[in-house]
Every structure is written in C-alpha cells, then in structure tokens.
Design a protein around this ligand. Structure first.
Ligand SMILES: N[C@@H](CCC(=O)N[C@@H](CS)C(=O)NCC(=O)O)C(=O)O
Length: 198
C-alpha cells in the first residue's frame, strides 16, 4: 500500500504509527498539498494528506477512515473492541485531532491569508478551543492503557505537531502532556521516529 504523506503532517504520523503496529509496511510518498498536483487530487479530490492507495488501486482518506481500515485489515490490532475501551480510544482520537485542527487553522491563517485579511478574534477562538481540548487530554492520557493503541498514536502525533509548529504553547499549562510525550518517545523509539518533524 502507498501512503501520500508529509513528514510534518500529524495525521500522516498517526497513520504511519498505526500501520506499524498492525504490521503493514507502507510505501510512503512525500506529497506537497500546496501544489494541488494530479498525484494528490486524482487520489483524494479533497486535496489533503494522508491518502492511502490500496493494492487494488483504490484510495482511502481521511486519517480516521484509514486507521479504521488498518484496524479491520489487521484483525483489530489497533482499536480495542470492548464498548468501553473503544469509546475511550475514539474519544481521545477525536479530541487530539480536533485540537490539532484548531491550531492548524491558526497556522493556515498566517500562511495563506494576507495580513490585512486576518481576523484575530477568530484566531483567539481557535486557541481557546485548543486549550480546552489540551486540558481534557491531560486527564485522558493519565487513563490510557499500557498497551499501545490508536489513542496513543493520535496524542503523540498531535502533540508532536503542536510542539513543532508552536513550541512552548502548551508545556507550561499542561506539564502532564509534555511529560507524557517525552515518556512516549523514550519508551517507544520505533514510534518516536514517526513523530512530526520539519
Ligand atoms: N481530517 C483530515 C485532515 C487532513 C489534513 O488537514 N491534512 C493536512 C496536512 S496535516 C492537509 O492536507 N492540509 C492541506 C490543506 O488543507 O490544504 C484527516 O484526519 O486526515
């Protein structure tokens, strides 16, 4: 299977970690979303990464759907199946990815909008959203099970991305999250290598 991805992309990072746990080797193809090239939009008309090309040539997106696919294809190695554990796992994934979505919106505001068109109250709203999600995540990570699953990968990928793009933005307010990420990286070097990097 081929994965259209980029090294800094948190959603790609989550998919790569998930594939590793499920025992799938992905052919990872660096892809520039800004170019809107046929290599990407013919696979994913939405023009976002990650996008997975299956062995039969069909495509899957977005990251949540890809992770569901990897879980099913591996016989549920990624997502715990009891109702209670499934619920926690998917909630943590949604929380971590939702936090990133808010912070990414603030990055795109600066990256893609001319200065005179930026709207600070909207940016402030995204950061309030992100901080609430980070506060909730601080409680969630304390209750994660020892065995790695999709929730760990979502949190590690999303926190790693925020640290990359906005260093210092949560570590003082959420020391438990900073410590959790550090521990994840030191205890799981295989996965630490896949945390978003420039
Ligand atoms: N909900 C999507 C979000 C994907 C996403 O936003 N990807 C970013 C890179 S991390 C992207 O492709 N951005 C390009 C753009 O928005 O134009 C997922 O979970 O895969």
């Amino acid at each position: 299977m081929k994965l259209l991805y980029s090294r800094p992309s948190p959603y790609s990072s989550k998919v790569r970690m998930s594939a590793h746990l499920c025992g799938f080797e992905l052919d990872c193809v660096p892809t520039d979303t800004a170019a809107e090239g046929a290599d990407l939009v013919d696979v994913n008309p939405v023009g976002k990464i990650p996008a997975l090309i299956l062995d039969d040539g069909s495509a899957l997106y977005d990251s949540r759907v890809i992770c569901e696919y990897l879980d099913r294809a591996s016989g549920n190695l990624l997502i715990p199946q009891t109702l209670e554990a499934w619920t926690r796992t998917k909630r943590v994934e949604a929380l971590a990815d939702g936090m990133t979505e808010a912070v990414m919106a603030t990055l795109y505001e600066v990256r893609y909008r001319p200065e005179e068109k930026r709207h600070q109250p909207w940016v402030d709203k995204q950061w309030r959203r992100a901080h609430r999600a980070l506060d909730a995540l601080e409680h969630e990570v304390a209750a994660l099970p020892a065995a790695l699953n999709l929730a760990h990968f979502a949190v590690a990928s999303d926190l790693g991305w925020v640290q990359l793009r906005f260093p210092g933005s949560f570590e003082t307010r959420n020391p438990g999250l900073a410590a959790w990420l550090e521990r994840f990286a030191s205890e799981h070097p295989d996965y630490a290598e896949m945390i978003p990097q420039a």
